[in-house]
Every structure is written in C-alpha cells, then in structure tokens.
Design a protein around this ligand. Sequence first.
Ligand code: C2O
Ligand code: CU
Ligand code: CU
Length: 432
Amino acid sequence: MREITLRAAPTFTKVAGLDVELLTYNGRFPGPSLRLFEGEEVRIRLVNQTGAPTNLHLHGLSIPPEVDDPRILVGDGESQDYEFQVQEGSAGTYWYHPHGHGSVGPQLFAGLAGPLIVEPRDAPASASGGEDQTLLLKDLAISEGHPSSHSDQDWLNGKEGDLVLVNGEVTPSVDVPGAGVRLRLINACNARYFRLQIDGQEMVYLGAGIGTAEKSQSVESVLLAPGERADLAVSFDAPGNYPLIAAPYDRGADMSGMAGGAAAGHHTMDARLGNKEPLVIATLVAGNGSPVELPRPAGANTFPAPAEATMHRRLVLSEDMHGDSMRFLINGRQFDPDRIEFECKSGSTEIWEVVNESDMDHPFHLHIFPFVLLSRNGKAEPVLVWRDTVNLAEGDRVEILVPFTRFTGIVMYHCHIVEHEDLGMMGLFAVR
Ligand code: C2O
Ligand code: CU
Ligand code: CU
C-alpha cells in the first residue's frame, strides 16, 4: 500500500516576485506531483488545516464512487483517507483539487491543485530525466498579498487571473535535454482556456490524459479547457528556444454584460471572453542530445463500439436570467445534492448527447467513468480517445459513448468552469 499525505493549509510564498498567502498542499504551489503505478493500492490522507471545510478530488481517476463522493466534506482540523486501486490501462496525466460544493472556485483559485501521473506497471521507479515534462497551467491574481477575491462578474464568467503560471512561474524555461519531449499539459485554471501551439513544430497528440489514443495524430494546436489534459510528443528540428504559445481563443459572451444589465447602465452586450492576443506561457529549451524515443499510441487501450450502446440520453446546458442574475443549468435544473437525476445499468454502455444552448463555452466533465467523444455537431471524431472532459462551444452538440463498467454508486457530472459548478451547473446520477 502506498501512503501519501496531503496537508492543505495557508502558506506564505512568492509568485511572480510578489508575496502572497496561498492555500497549498504540503506547502507547495502547485501541489506535489503524485506518481502512481497501474495496479497499485494507494491511500491518500488529506489533512485539512485551511480554516474551512474542503475535500479532495482525484480528477479523471476511475475509482469507486464511494471514495470519490464530493458531497463528503472534511472539516477544518480533520483528516480523511481516500483509498483505492489504480486501474490497469489508466496510465496517463491527471490532477487533484478540492471539490466542496460552493467553495471550489475560491479554493482552487487560491492554489489548491497538483498533478497526478499514473505510470504503466512496468515503468522505472524513478521519474525520467527530462524527456517527460509535466506542465500544470494555472492563473492567479494577487491583491494585497492574497489571491484576489471573486467579484459578481467572476462568478458568472469564471474567474481568470492576469498572472498565467506554468508550474507556479511566469514564462519559465523548460529544459528539454534531448531533441524531443513528452509534454503532459494540465489546465488547472478556474476558467481560462488555452489554445496551445509551439511555433512551427509538429506535435503528436497522444491522448487526453487517460491512456493513449487509438492512433497517433499530428496536430498544430490543442485546445485545453479547464480540467482538461493533453499528452503530446514533440520533437525539435534543432536545438534552440521554442515558445509555448496560448493562441487567441474566444470562449463566448461576457455574461456580466447580460445579467443585471439594465441596472449596470453602460454595459457592453457584445463583450467576449478569452485571450485576444497570443500569449507566450513558457519557453521550451531544446538541447542537442540525441533524439529520444517518444511514446506513440500503440493500441494499449481498447475502445467500445457505438453499436454497443443500449440507451441514449440528452443533457442540455443552458443559462437563464433569474431576477437580476444569471443561472447556469443542466436539463433546466440546478444541482441538488439529494436528487438523483437518472439511473444507468451497471455493465451497460450509453450514448449521451450533450448540447450547449448557452452563449458561452462550458467544459462538460464526468467523474469515475471515462468516455469517448464520438461526434461534434454531426461530424465524427477522426480518432478515438478516452477522456473525462469535453468542451462545448456555444451551440455545440456532442455525442459521447460511456461504458459503465466496474463500479456502482452515485456519480457526478458538471461544468468544469468551477464557478458554474459552484453555482449548480452539476448533477448526480446512479449506476446500479
Ligand atoms: Cu476536476 Cu468534478 O472535477
Ligand atoms: Cu473530476
Ligand atoms: Cu460552465
């Protein structure tokens, strides 16, 4: 049994040269990188010294629903053990963060997030020397020595910070000793999107963090919505500095221009969210070592066929003006911890049609059961990939294929703009 302790507590630290009191795991920002192995039994003890209730969610891991029940809070001064076995075939890139309903936005923004890597059973015991780099992307805004607090507008749009950090630093240099690297990218932001590219370099998309894709796919850029990961293999033509760039991305209408609009007077109804200018977030420094053996999707994972689905469901993401404020809904409802929305049969496979009828992007996230994106707006996906999050731009309609294997229990789905989740864009269903 591997035992890990994560102590969540306020911590004085320096970010971008500024003194700030963050919330951290084990005094580190981002939290320590947890490295687990397929098949391994693990016990993670969360010690809460934050001064408020919190809990721990292992984002993307397929573990028993009773271990991943975000409705269970850990009080200040208390601790909680999360015990599970790491699934075979789950090697990939994950992360961990708090999941207490109503407080995820402020706690995640304040620093509570860390990477979690699952290695194949036969991987070497110590991490590799540079050909495998984990980059956790996280933004922050600091005011008077603290993470800045949420405005009404932040609750609607999702909070973004002006400091865009990679592993806690502003535009760090990432050493790539050889001519290639496996990048594990994690978007741990509350609401910021990254459309990532490396100037002039081909990237090979290996997967969305859970196992490997059905086949390799060359990509020019990859979109990372909040909660998402991407595993990429990048080879460099020559030694040198390669900027990792977040290209402009429009993530929809600024909701603060709509909610309470009449009262606000001078609002702009057509303001848009997302970064408008390209932003360099890190520099990859390629050495002149010999080319390294980069991982390629090698059929390590199997994928179900759509024909196996015995049930179709529809989930509609929407927004609704309620009095003076905006509500974010799934199938017309807000989260109720005591309501089970529907039941799925254990051992069956379902197709879910998820539709975004709102004016902004929402990343749809499902716990416990990895799924496959089949199509977007009627167009079939070229390559099958196991994932736990899929982004829906305004008006998008996606079809996902979800096998309910291994576990029964109560499972959560929600928007991973965590403010929307806190406001109730979330639901529970049962697998029996
Ligand atoms: Cu990363 Cu339910 O969350
Ligand atoms: Cu999750
Ligand atoms: Cu949302």
